[in-house]
Design a protein around this ligand. Structure first.
Ligand code: AMP
Ligand code: ZN
Length: 113
């Protein structure tokens, strides 16, 4: 999508502090970290939110889910971490390109705010 900020980061048009990338996703540091480690894991294909995924996305999304532990290992989140997908207005989503927040290096609260 031409005016999507995360598509632009995925294509290299806009810079980001990239942690890891492969054919399916890019992982980069959040601009406004909410924890000592806070990265975003972003599919390289444009999809607005969880609500917009379809059957054809299963393989790529499965790959992303299975890759989270590798990113956590890379970032040395040995004591655990939280992975969050905000969806829609009530879910607190502000960027309309599906992304997983991966946060760690502090104790997380529950329930989430
Ligand atoms: P959400 O509110 O779940 O949609 O999360 C969007 C996240 O993207 C927020 O945590 C923002 O700080 C982050 N963000 C927005 N623009 C950028 C950017 N250019 N580079 C890195 N993180 C960004
Ligand atoms: Zn996009």
């Amino acid at each position: 999508m031409s005016d999507c900020i995360f598509c632009k980061i995925a294509s290299g048009e806009i810079p980001a502090k990239i942690v890891f990338e492969d054919d399916v996703f890019v992982c980069f540091h959040d601009l406004e970290p909410q924890a000592p480690v806070h990265v975003l894991i972003v599919p390289k294909f444009h999809v607005k939110s969880l609500d917009d995924l379809s059957k054809q996305d299963e393989q790529k999304m499965g790959h992303i889910m299975v890759s989270i532990k590798k990113i956590a290992e890379l970032l040395e989140l040995k004591e655990g971490y939280r992975a969050v997908i905000n969806t829609g207005e009530d879910g607190g989503q502000t960027v309309e390109h599906l992304h997983i927040h991966l946060m760690g290096k502090r104790k997380m609260n529950w329930p989430a705010g």
